[in-house]
Design a protein around this ligand. Structure first.
Ligand SMILES: Cc1cc2nc3c(=O)[nH]c(=O)nc-3n(C[C@H](O)[C@H](O)[C@H](O)COP(=O)(O)O)c2cc1C
Length: 324
């Protein structure tokens, strides 16, 4: 399949693995890139720019295909060493960056001067247009379904993608709720040039997370996610568990007075315990509604091959067969 996204990034299939905290290590990024998609190392999971440089070198040893780095810009009292991370990316020879969170404008000159292509992930048409205006090369349009931070507009992809198609000139991929060949064909029909997946890639053999996490996704239905931190305007879609219930209880009990400190025990610094130790009740963790479509833990190669063959069969047989 050839789309503006496969051309832009020099990849075989229009499938991207979105940045994921404590999931997006070199093992997963390399597996996705080796299978013909675009794998991304999650920058901030590496505690320092030096560690990111090492992770980039590890990934390069595992694949000779293009891979990228996710840089998430979070509101923070003590911001991470972003200039250092950008330097590690540029000096590591990485040519693709996925930005997310805040506007990446400040970091674009350094990235662009080094020939890095930037795909900005955002949850609204207005932010996508802003990213296009400041010089981003592509957009990852993250619908309300997505695992992680869906923003505050609550527009699902069936509306958001065609709206993006109406407005954007640069190519975009559909993110949020994508699982299989049906998702890919639907995304293409709505104007996207590929898909970005998070949750689906966690339930793969190569994802370097505890098996409990993969099994929790397989066991979950589409009804098993909740939105937390809405009162803080930092909404996150997470899997339902006891920690999620505690957060929601605090939010409803404290109302508008709730602060991050109130929910920090469930939210702050819990990812390593969940993702690497498999302590599923240690806190909250991002998960998409798409869990309802995930029933197995294939290898990344099997997953990507099945997406592409299902998509091809849908286009050639089901859709073409409906025309007369
Ligand atoms: C466990 C988990 C951690 C994530 N961490 C990040 C992150 O650190 N930065 C980021 O930009 N997106 C993050 N995301 C969002 C994904 O990159 C992707 O946009 C999202 O999962 C797409 O929705 P889906 O889960 O329905 O495929 C995370 C998602 C999950 C499930």
């Amino acid at each position: 399949m050839k789309t503006r996204i496969t051309e832009l990034f020099g990849i075989q299939h229009p499938i991207i693995q979105g940045g994921m905290h404590h999931v997006g290590y070199a093992e997963l990024a390399a597996a996705v890139s080796n299978a013909g998609g675009l794998g991304l190392i999650t920058g901030l999971t590496q505690k320092t720019p030096e560690l990111l440089a090492r992770e980039i070198a590890r990934c390069r040893a595992m694949t000779d295909r293009p891979f990228g780095v996710n840089l998430t810009f979070l509101p923070s009292v003590n911001p991470p060493d972003y200039p250092g991370y950008v330097k590690a990316i540029v000096e590591g020879g990485v040519k693709i960056v996925e930005t997310a969170g805040n506007n990446p404008q400040q970091w674009l000159p350094a990235l662009k001067d080094a020939g890095v292509k930037v795909i900005h992930k955002c949850t609204s048409v207005r932010h996508a247009l802003k990213a296009e205006a400041i010089g981003c090369d592509a957009i990852s349009v993250d619908g309300f379904e997505c695992g992680g931070h869906p923003g505050e507009d609550d527009i699902p992809n069936f509306i958001l993608l065609p709206r993006a198609a109406e407005e954007l000139k640069i190519p975009f991929v559909a993110s949020g709720g994508m699982a299989d060949g049906r998702s890919l064909v639907a995304a293409l029909a709505l104007g996207a040039e590929g898909i970005n997946m998070g949750t689906r890639f966690i339930a793969t053999r190569e994802a370097p997370v505890h098996d409990n996490v993969k099994q929790a996704i397989v066991a979950a239905s589409e009804l098993d996610t909740r939105l937390i931190m809405r009162p803080l305007r930092n909404t996150e879609r997470v899997l339902t568990n006891a920690a999620t219930e505690r957060v929601l209880h605090k939010e409803s009990a404290l109302g508008a007075a709730v602060t991050f400190a109130d929910i920090a025990p469930e939210v702050a610094g819990v990812y390593p315990r969940i993702m690497q130790q498999g302590e599923m009740e240690a806190g909250v963790w991002s998960c998409g509604m798409v869990a309802g479509l995930i029933r197995d833990v294939p290898s990344v190669q099997q997953l990507i091959d099945s997406i592409m063959s299902q998509a091809e069969a849908l286009i050639r047989e089901r859709l073409a067969g409906m025309l007369r």
